[in-house]
Write a protein that binds this ligand. Structure first.
Ligand code: C2E
Ligand code: SIN
Ligand code: SIN
Ligand code: SIN
Ligand code: FE
Ligand code: FE
Length: 409
């Protein structure tokens, strides 16, 4: 690659960097970073490993050859961890923190400490050949993960090996991408803390409740999306975003006073009007919409108390920054975002099945009868159908995250 080409590449990477900084949720960011890195070298495949619990965990794989028709997409959901030691290519790069180029992983140079793990190739009949592995380092030079770019192609789309320039360009790109990845990791960290905070604020918003609402919502969505013939890959991606966004549906209760939230009895109508603002307060935390995820979290916080028949709240809000003193009429039917309609059902199901400071728990049969009766009333009939179709899974979630079970996630 000549000097001019290299300058073009750097300009190109600067453009790519602007694009990747739009992604905030870790999943879509890693997916996008990997795609861009592969495009820089026309590579057929690639993967990303992130450090989790002291190991390298296989997070993402893209493979154009295996993505075609006639192949099962199973390889996308592989779970594999690699120890942080010199025995694997990934581990070696994570420890040395230096890029590594191998022309053929089945013919490694003599004397290297690592071996290539052929299990992915064996399972998929893929032939991994040339591999460029780069470390992903955070701003304090701590290792966050590694990226592998596999099987580059030349202009005639024939297999080739990585050139020195490829290594330089991909390494430069990886350093920029690492900044965005570090931000996404921080965002995830902040979200987990927000969940913790809302648990402290409202004694009913316990870890099990929050986990259950997240998990129920995902199962209802999956069934609903399947009925709508939504593509399975899209469903999988949405599931991950939805679970966290749904867990935060009540995070706006941070803005409601203790004397109201912890009240043992029935709320006065003035108190209830204050509680209703938790929807607006919650949405306000995500108004800086920079990713699909923020948008979903804002929608859910705002619309999870709307009702299908239009009698819910808060209704249309013109300006989130100055909540109105009086809430207008609720939204109706499909003008309520789908994720709001789904979380509404998950939330009420869980509220009724649980004991609250202001009410005892209901019998399961009464809860199910109530939900059936509210088809077309409180709830979207298609969401009610999806709920009943998914009910066996919902019951098993209920057992897994029973009250008092603080683990999970
Ligand atoms: P939450 O406890 O998580 O309840 C969520 C939703 O479940 C409620 O939204 C309501 O739609 C449904 N739900 C809960 N309990 C019952 C019930 O006994 N009967 C029926 N039919 N539905 C029920 P809603 O009403 O908009 O309330 C929002 C939040 O306001 C509640 O969240 C809770 O934090 C608070 N809240 C509501 N009413 C009272 C109350 O009387 N006393 C206290 N201390 N808090 C209340
Ligand atoms: C985020 O990083 O924005 C949260 C979503 C996730 O956990 O992937
Ligand atoms: C991509 O570039 O692969 C799309 C990123 C995403 O939104 O998942
Ligand atoms: C390794 O880097 O040796 C493990 C990952 C792989 O199988 O490609
Ligand atoms: Fe709520
Ligand atoms: Fe709730």
């Amino acid at each position: 690659m000549g000097r001019q080409l290299q300058r073009d590449s750097i300009l190109h990477i600067t453009e790519i960097n602007k694009r990747i900084n739009r992604y905030r949720d870790l999943d879509s960011l890693l997916n996008h970073v990997l795609r861009e890195a592969r495009q820089l070298t026309a590579a057929d495949a690639g993967s990303i490993y992130m450090i989790r619990n002291g190991c390298l965990s296989f997070e993402y794989v893209q493979n154009d050859s295996l993505a075609g028709p006639g192949h099962s997409p199973d390889f996308l959901y592989q779970h594999q961890t690699v120890e942080m030691d010199h025995r694997s290519i990934a581990g070696h790069v994570a420890i040395t923190q230096r890029p590594l180029v191998l022309d053929d992983v089945y013919r490694l140079p003599p004397g290297v400490p690592y071996t290539f793990n052929p299990s992915f190739d064996q399972k998929t009949h893929y032939r991994t050949r040339s591999v460029l592995t780069v470390p992903l380092l955070n701003s304090r030079d701590r290792i966050m993960g590694i990226m592998q770019i596999i099987n580059p192609r030349d202009r005639q789309k024939k297999d080739t090996v990585f050139k020195r320039d490829d290594e330089a360009i991909v390494t430069y790109f990886a350093n920029l991408a690492a900044v965005a990845i570090e931000k996404a990791l921080l965002t995830r960290e902040i979200i987990l803390r927000m969940i913790k905070m809302s648990e402290l604020r409202d004694p009913e918003e316990t870890a099990p409740h929050v986990n259950r609402v997240g998990a129920y919502s995902v199962e209802i969505y999956h069934r609903w999306a399947w009925e709508q013939h939504i593509d399975e890959n899209q469903i999988q991606r949405t599931r991950d975003l939805l679970r966290i966004a749904a867990m935060l549906h009540d995070v706006g209760k941070i803005g409601i006073s203790d004397s109201i939230l912890k009240k043992r009895g029935k709320l006065t109508s003035a108190e209830f009007r204050r509680v209703q603002l938790h929807t607006v307060y919650g949405a306000r935390l995500f108004t800086d919409v920079t990713s699909e995820w923020d948008e979903m979290a804002a929608q859910i916080a705002l619309s999870h108390h709307e009702r299908w028949d239009g009698t819910g709240y808060p209704g249309a809000i013109r300006d989130l920054s100055t909540p109105p003193r009086r809430l207008g009429p609720g939204l109706r039917g499909e003008s309520i975002p789908i994720f709001g309609r789904i979380v509404a059902l998950a939330d009420v199901y869980d509220a009724l099945m649980s004991q609250r400071s202001y009410k005892p728990c209901w019998k399961e049969s009464d809860v199910l009868e109530h939900i059936e009766n509210q088809r077309q009333g409180h709830f979207d009939p298609a969401v009610v159908d999806a709920f009943f179709a998914a009910y066996p899974v919902i019951q098993s979630i209920q057992k897994k995250y029973g009250n008092g079970n603080l683990s999970g996630g």
